[in-house]
Design a protein around this ligand. Structure first.
Ligand SMILES: C[S@@+](CC[C@H](N)C(=O)[O-])C[C@H]1O[C@@H](n2cnc3c(N)ncnc32)[C@H](O)[C@@H]1O
Length: 247
């Protein structure tokens, strides 16, 4: 059931986003914010110094748009997502170097395995309420990195949410933005769902990364399809953070 942020099933510590993903299916890839994948991957390849043969973990990979694009460039990618519907879509379009599995980002099992970890577009980080999920996810991603490995993480900009996010309720005590929005499946059937987005300031991201043992290399202000190194501002919806696990 979408609508209960505290939903947890015995079966798999279910997440409120799963039924949203089940309804959306492949229609997720019709949303404009998914259309800039090639530019985003071009930018990430350069910034992360990725080369063929390196291994990347994509956390909250959704239908695999970044993972599959990276794999087409010769990078070995493993994508994880809590939505089986999205994992099935990712597998259906996967090139040979991309693999996927359904897994909860709050309990990542890897230690010092990946050259880079990416977590983009509220992929597990930021789809929450006021609990500690994001810290758990960040610590798991830090642990999955080899020493010297790099993290690329996007997070919603709290300043932007306050200034521009009309139609959403921003809770100043938690930094969570709540909106009721309509989503359509592939055949156009519309349902109303609640979405909760954890919003951040650069200072909070610095503090969270420090607690996870990561060193921030840079935080820039970006929007989907326009990843750049522009400094943090109030005017763009997301921050894109690059951090390193110390050697
Ligand atoms: C807005 S989508 C972003 C997907 C993808 N990264 C992209 O850029 O298109 C957020 C994704 O995070 C996944 N997600 C949310 N919480 C998660 C968790 N605890 N573990 C794994 N995946 C999670 C959702 O299922 C969804 O696919």
């Amino acid at each position: 059931m979408a609508g209960d942020p505290d939903l947890r099933t015995e079966k798999h510590r279910g997440h409120w986003f799963e039924p949203v993903a089940d309804h959306l299916g492949a229609a997720y890839l019709r949303y404009s914010f998914t259309k800039g994948t090639v530019q985003e991957v071009d930018f990430l390849l350069g910034e992360l110094g990725l080369e063929p043969g390196m291994r990347v973990l994509d956390v909250g990979c959704g239908p695999g748009r970044h993972a599959n694009e990276l794999a087409r460039r010769g990078i070995e990618v493993h994508g994880i997502d809590i939505s089986q519907t999205f994992i099935d879509l990712a597998i259906a379009s996967a090139p040979p170097l991309a693999t996927f599995e359904r897994l909860d980002a709050r309990s990542l099992p890897w230690s010092e395995e990946f050259d880079a970890v990416i977590c983009l577009c509220q992929g597990a980080f930021g789809l929450m309420t006021d609990n500690d999920d994001d810290q758990l996810v960040l610590c798991g991603m830090a642990e999955a990195l080899k020493p010297g490995g790099r993290l690329a993480l996007s997070a919603f900009n709290a300043y932007f949410a306050v200034k521009y996010h009309d139609g959403a309720e921003f809770d100043p005590s938690t930094g969570v933005s709540h909106e009721l929005t309509a989503v359509r499946d592939e055949s156009g059937v519309q349902i109303e769902v609640d979405l909760w987005t954890g919003c951040y300031t650069p200072r909070e991201l610095h503090l969270l990364c420090a607690a996870a043992g990561l060193l921030i290399d840079r935080i820039s202000s970006v929007e989907p399809g326009r990843y750049t190194a522009d400094p943090p501002s109030v005017e763009l919806p997301e921050f894109l953070l690059f951090a390193s696990r110390p050697r």
